[in-house]
Design a protein around this ligand. Structure first.
Ligand code: AMP
Ligand code: GLY
Length: 421
C-alpha cells in the first residue's frame, strides 16, 4: 500500500515512521528530517490512502475534496472537523449526546450578548474559563482565578482584538479542577474504536507547569494512574455517544477523535475534542500500536474499522526541544547537532518538527537548522516510566543548538491513582 501523510511536524514524522513498517510512505509537505517528504500537493499524489495530520487542512475541507476525487482518506470532512473548529458547536453536540462536560454558555460580539457574558461570569466561581470558539492554534483558552482578568479577556476576545474573527464568538465554562488525560479513538463513520492507552501532555513552557501555554512541551503514555479499565470507561462515556450524535446530524466521521478529559472530584468531564492526533501525543502513541497501522487506518477510512486496536504497554516519554523565544517568537536558523548520536542510543527515537535544510554550502548536505518553535521531539521507550524517561533525557543531552530549551520534568510527577468507578 502507498500512503500519503499530509502535514509537516513531529506528529507526521511519527505517522510516517510507523506506517513505513508495512507501507510505502510519502509525506507532503513534510520537512527535510522526514524521509519521503515531497513538495507535490496532495491532490497530485497517487496514493491508496491519505492520512491528514493537522486540523487546519481538515477544517478547510481537504478530506472532502480528496474524497470527491475518489480517494480513500483517514480524516474527517469539514463538517466533522467543526468539533475542533467551533467549540460552541462541540459543546452543543456533546451536550445533546449526554457526555459529561463543564456547564457553559456561548456569546458573540453584539453589545447585548457581551453584557450577558459579563453577567454570566459574575454567577461563576473561580477558576474562570473563557475560550474562543474558533481555531486559535491552542492559544484561545484563558483559565484564571482573577475575575477582573476574566472580564477583560471577554472584551478583547469579543471585540476581535485578541483573535480576530475566531475570537468573536466565545464559550464561557464552569471552571473544573483535577488531573487531565487524553484518549484517542479511530472512527469509521459508525463506530469509534478506542486506543486503550492514556496520554498526558505538559502544556506549559516551564518546569512545574509555569510560564506560557504552548502546543505541548512533552508527554508520556501509558499513565500509571489511568489503567486500561479506566480508559475504556472514559472512552465509552465520550466516543460512542458522540459518534451516534454525529450520525444523527448526518456527519460521517472517519478519522481520529482526540478527547481531553479532566478527572474532577465529581467524576470525569470532557474538556475538548480535537479531530486529529495530538502533537506530541501521537509521538508516544503511534509507535506503540501493534499490527499494521496502514491497514488499520485504511479500514477505518473505508467504513470498516477493526473491532479492537492493540497497543503495547511499553512506556514512551517525549521531550520537546524548542527554539529560544518559543512560543511567542522562536529564533530560527541555528545549526542542529547530535540527532544521529541520539538515535544510536537504545530505545530512542527522534522526530523532526521545526527543521529545514542548512543553506550554508560548507556544511554537510544533510545538515539541519531550526525553522520553527518546536524543533525536535526526543522520545525514550522502555518497560517503565523511569527507564523511558532516562532514555529520553540521555538523548536530549546528545542534541543541541544555540538557545535550545526543554522542560526537565516531563513524566516526573507522581500522579494520583484513579480507580474505576
Ligand atoms: P481546551 O483547548 O478546551 O482543552 O482547553 C485548554 C486547557 O484549558 C485544558 O487542557 C485545561 O487545562 C484548561 N481548561 C479547559 N476547560 C477547562 C475548564 N472547564 N475548567 C478548567 N480548566 C479548563
Ligand atoms: N498537544 C496538544 C494538541 O495537540 O492539541
Amino acid at each position: 500500500m502507498r500512503v500519503c501523510v499530509v502535514g509537516q511536524g513531529g506528529r507526521e514524522h511519527a505517522f510516517a515512521e510507523t506506517l513505513r513498517r508495512t507501507a510505502d510512505v510519502v509525506v507532503t509537505p513534510g520537512n527535510p528530517g522526514i524521509e519521503g517528504s515531497v513538495v507535490t500537493p496532495p491532490s497530485e499524489i497517487d496514493a491508496d490512502l491519505f492520512v491528514i495530520g493537522p486540523e487546519g487542512p481538515l477544517a478547510d475541507g481537504l478530506a472532502d475534496r480528496l474524497r470527491a476525487d475518489g480517494r480513500l482518506v483517514f480524516g474527517p470532512g469539514a463538517d466533522g472537523a467543526a468539533l475542533e473548529g467551533s467549540k460552541a458547536w462541540m459543546k452543543e453536540v456533546v451536550s445533546a449526546a449526554g457526555v459529561p462536560t463543564a456547564g457553559y454558555q456561548t456569546f458573540d460580539g453584539d453589545p447585548a450578548s457581551c453584557r450577558q457574558a459579563h453577567a454570566y461570569l459574575e454567577t461563576l466561581s473561580p477558576p474562570y474559563v473563557i475560550k474562543t470558539s474558533g481555531l486559535a492554534a491552542g492559544k484561545g483558552v484563558l483559565v484564571t482565578d482573577e475575575l477582573a482578568e476574566a472580564h477583560a479577556d471577554v472584551d478583547v476576545k469579543l471585540d476581535g482584538t485578541a483573535f480576530g474573527d475566531a475570537g468573536r464568538r466565545i464559550v464561557i465554562e464552569e471552571g473544573l479542577t483535577g488531573p487531565e488525560v487524553s484518549l484517542f479513538a479511530v472512527c469509521d463513520g459508525k463506530r469509534a474504536v478506542l486506543l486503550p492507552t492514556a496520554v498526558r501532555d505538559h502544556k506549559r513552557l516551564g518546569d512545574g507547569g509555569l510560564g506560557p501555554n504552548t502546543g505541548g512541551m512533552g508527554c508520556v503514555s501509558p499513565l500509571a494512574d489511568v489503567d486500561r479499565a479506566v480508559c475504556s470507561d472514559l472512552g465509552a462515556l465520550a466516543f460512542e455517544p458522540t459518534l451516534a450524535e454525529l450520525n444523527r446530524r448526518g456527519v460521517d466521521y472517519r478519522g481520529v477523535l482526540y478527547a481531553g478529559f479532566m478527572l474532577t472530584p465529581r467524576g470525569p468531564r470532557l474538556l475538548e475534542f480535537n479531530v486529529r492526533f495530538g502533537d506530541p501525543e501521537a509521538q508516544v502513541t503511534l509507535p506503540r500500536i501493534r499490527g499494521d497501522l496502514a491497514e488499520l487506518l485504511a479500514a477505518a477510512a473505508a467504513g470498516e474499522a477493526a473491532d479492537c486496536i492493540d497497543v503495547s504497554d511499553d512506556v514512551m516519554v517525549c521531550v520537546v526541544c524548542a527554539a529560544e523565544g518559543y512560543p511567542s517568537d522562536p529564533r530560527t536558523g541555528d545549526l542542529i547537532t547530535g540527532i544521529e548520536a541520539a538515535r544510536a542510543l537504545p530505545g530512542v527515537t527522534v522526530f523532526c518538527a521545526g527543521v529545514e535544510r542548512a543553506a550554508d554550502a560548507s556544511l554537510p548536505s544533510d545538515s539541519l537548522v531550526t525553522a520553527g518553535g518546536r524543533v525536535l521531539n526526543v522520545c525514550g521507550r522502555g518497560p517503565d516510566v523511569a527507564t523511558a524517561r532516562k532514555r529520553a533525557y540521555e538523548a536530549v543531552g546528545s542534541v543541541s543548538w544555540p538557545g535550545m530549551i526543554y522542560r526537565t520534568d516531563i513524566a516526573a510527577a507522581a500522579s494520583p491513582r484513579v480507580s474505576r468507578t
